[in-house]
Design a protein around this ligand. Structure first.
Ligand SMILES: Cc1ncc(COP(=O)(O)O)c(C=O)c1O
Length: 483
């Protein structure tokens, strides 16, 4: 059945025509004026009736498709995807599940760390890949540090987005943060080899201080590459330098997420940053700055990267396109500090483990950065995430017995609960209901989840609005129960 909406547009107001159409259609769906499966008029027909350009209707339909209210299929009318009314425990319709991540089609997967990708399939994305594929194919492997063109564009991106001044020569392209950390772990070992030590002798294992709770994938890579971890329990603002200062034998490096502590969300204040740099200078340690989601700051301006305060050349800045585009690319980078010993160690390892990022991917990413597609994408998804973040705040900010945190930036939230038994039972019960979130205790770098508050961690970017709204209702319910 065709539903033809009645829409009155305000042409004098500050709200764009596409937003007004999206708001009207969204409320028609939520109020049940139009039902799941019903089709909408073509963008051309609706534009003609409203007397506006077709582009405004296309934008509104795209917006609602991305939020999960509409399903658009090539050659078929656009249809309404989901009605939220009715039994809150009904399985999510396949249209919602299909656009949430994961192989299980009924799952609403709120595993933290994943971005929204529905806006990536537009014309700029396709054009970048076409341009990359049309280039003459070199008969060599990509340069060890990555193509110069990509490194120039990454340096420009960092200057605009993070206030970091660096040059193409300072950058090493990596297959994401995990590969960057693997390089760094091996380079730390390399730098510990004393000048006189024969090549055949084993290198002493480097010790790396890590935040706990912290990023489990980082801890796994560092351990796998032979580093010994020194877990430091974080405070509300992030890594407390005082604990580093108290260590009888200081670590060789410290891994921090100063802009948005992962996963608890603290932001390391400037004086703590300076103190950390002073400590590192005093002990000749490396500072590994994982700057993974600073492009998405929702409250207050982002603090400058730690690397931009580093006058001593010892901060290794690690960045990734996993959050700003998608981890499907496996693309990231290291910005090497000025210190020659650090650069030499990193480049020595890169010579033995050459750049694993395909030249075609590097060319496409260069195009995306050069044409402004990355900048536009960040601006667009930032608006989507602000809206989703509001859904999270509306559902959980005044939820008795819990504390909602980590929402000042990034794409995930933490809901602290009263005790571990509640956290464990809630994660289990949510999975029974087809919703995946993660127990905060799994982020501990200490045995048995020690030194970590009880809570749930969930991402709000990758699911649809409707999937998220449904999941939030369940999260609220399962964390109200007594277990
Ligand atoms: C703390 C942190 N660092 C870095 C990343 C990005 O990792 P990668 O570039 O390996 O995908 C993530 C992604 O979830 C993260 O949570």
């Amino acid at each position: 059945m065709l539903y033809f909406p009645t829409i009155t547009l305000d042409r004098s107001g500050s709200t764009s025509l596409s937003s007004q159409i999206a708001v009207r259609l969204r409320s028609s769906i939520l109020l049940g004026e139009v039902r799941s499966g019903e089709s909408l008029p073509s963008t051309r027909a609706l534009a003609a009736v409203l007397g506006i350009s077709r582009g405004s209707v296309v934008t509104a339909y795209d917006q609602l498709s991305g939020e999960g209210y509409l399903v658009s299929t090539q050659g078929a009318p656009t249809r309404v995807a989901v009605l939220l009314r009715g039994d809150p425990y009904q399985k999510p319709p396949s249209s919602v599940a299909a656009s949430s991540r994961g192989q299980d089609t009924d799952l609403i997967d709120l595993t933290p760390g994943y971005p929204s990708t529905h806006r990536l399939s537009g014309p700029s994305w396709s054009a970048a890949w076409r341009t990359a594929a049309a280039r003459p194919i070199p008969h060599t492997e990509p340069p060890l540090q990555g193509t110069r063109a990509l490194r120039i564009k990454i340096a420009e991106h960092l200057r605009h987005a993070r206030g970091v001044l660096c040059a193409a020569e300072d950058i090493v392209v990596t297959a994401g943060t995990s590969e960057a950390l693997a390089l760094v772990a091996l380079a730390l070992g390399e730098s510990r080899r004393s000048g006189a030590q024969p090549e055949s002798e084993p290198i002493p294992a480097p010790v790396v201080a890590v935040e706990t709770p912290g990023y489990p994938a980082a801890a796994r890579v560092l351990r796998r590459l032979g580093a010994i971890l020194l877990p430091i329990p974080v405070e509300p603002d992030g890594m407390p330098t005082t604990i580093l200062e108290d260590q009888a034998s200081p670590p060789d490096a410290v891994l921090v997420t100063p802009s948005h502590q992962y996963p608890l969300g603290g932001r390391l204040p400037v004086d703590a940053r300076l103190r950390l740099l002073r400590w590192a200078g005093h002990h000749n340690a490396w500072v590994l700055e994982d700057d993974y989601d600073s492009e998405f700051r929702h409250v207050g301006p982002p603090l400058p990267a730690l690397a931009s305060l580093d006058t001593d050349g010892r901060v290794v800045l690690i960045g990734s396109f996993s959050k700003i585009l998608t981890p499907w690319l496996r693309l990231g980078y290291i910005v090497m500090p000025e210190r020659q010993a650090v650069r030499a160690a990193l480049l020595a390892v890169r010579r033995d483990l050459p750049c694993p990022v395909s030249g075609v991917l590097q060319d496409a990413a260069t195009e995306l950065l050069a044409t402004g597609a990355v900048r536009r994408h960040i601006a667009a998804v930032r608006r989507d995430y602000a809206h989703r973040r509001n859904l999270v705040l509306d559902a959980l900010s005044n939820h008795a017995g819990t504390t909602l945190t980590a929402l000042d930036g990034g794409l995930h939230a933490v809901l602290e609960v009263t005790d571990q038994a509640t956290a464990r039972a809630a994660v289990r019960e949510l999975l029974n209901r087809g919703i995946r979130v993660v127990n905060l205790e799994t982020y501990s770098a200490l045995p048995d989840g020690a030194a970590v508050p009880a809570g749930l961690v969930f991402g709000y970017a990758a699911s649809t609005d409707t999937g998220l709204a449904r999941a939030l209702g369940h999260i609220r319910e399962v964390t109200t129960r007594r277990y």
